[in-house]
Design a protein. Structure first.
Length: 233
């Protein structure tokens, strides 16, 4: 209804002013594989310091999900900063409807709940984070979603690209396996450190995703050209 927006508690973008929880399960853990989907291995020995502190990430390809539909695939970025060794502040950004359109900014839209934070649940698996509103405790049903760094490169000393999944894909399709399309346990993204599109890098990361069993047909382009990344209010 006019004047009331929906806030999606997700590992990616959060918009609006009222909260919908998507699931009652512990989303910091992987989903049980369904439909014979292969178990996805995340990036081994992820250098979380480089991944977090190495600069802004630009999203160049994205799977459409409830909280980031294809119509809003414009100027999408994410930035991270350490709170402490196992907790990360997340800042997600996008434009709605077109380049430099209405701003969707997780810091502004979720200010009342402290923005979005990521938790390293198991220190031996830094590539698997549990993400949700900072001020909501993790025991609240649906308050956290899985954020997995499936692959990153070219080396632990410098990450220029990354393949991110919202957890274990569980839905078999003709081209491979997919995550859900809701709030938690959903999404697939390709990040790079540069706003300029590098087709060779994108195709190489898509190949990695395919080899790990993902259906890459769900990935569509995000427009970065011409973006000014104006801050949210």
């Amino acid at each position: 209804m006019p004047g009331r927006l929906l806030l999606l508690v997700s590992p990616w973008l959060v918009t609006g002013a009222s909260i919908t929880f998507a699931s009652s399960k512990d989303s910091s853990k992987s989903s049980e594989p369904l439909d014979d989907c292969p178990v996805v291995e995340t990036q081994r020995d992820l250098n979380l310091t480089e991944y977090v502190a190495g600069g802004r990430w630009y999203v160049h390809q994205s799977m459409a999900v409830t909280y980031l539909p294809k119509a809003d695939d414009f100027c999408v970025t994410t930035e991270y900063a350490f709170i402490d060794a196992s907790h990360v502040k997340v800042h997600n950004y996008a434009n709605k409807g077109g380049v430099n359109g209405a701003v969707v900014d997780s810091n502004a839209n979720l200010k009342i709940l402290g923005g979005i934070c990521g938790d390293v649940v198991n220190a031996s698996e830094p590539a698997r984070l549990s993400v949700g509103p900072c001020k909501l405790p993790s025991w609240v049903p649906g308050s956290r979603g899985p954020y997995w760094v499936v692959a990153a490169g070219p080396s632990p000393a410098r990450y220029d690209w990354a393949l991110i999944s919202g957890g274990q894909p569980t839905h078999r399709a003709a081209g491979g396996c997919r995550t859900g399309t809701g709030v938690n346990d959903s999404g697939l993204w390709i990040f790079t450190r540069k706003a300029a599109r590098d087709e060779a890098v994108l195709q190489a990361v898509r190949k990695i995703a395919h080899e790990k069993g993902f259906d890459t047909s769900v990935l569509t382009d995000v427009q970065q050209q011409g973006c000014t990344y104006k801050p949210g209010v």
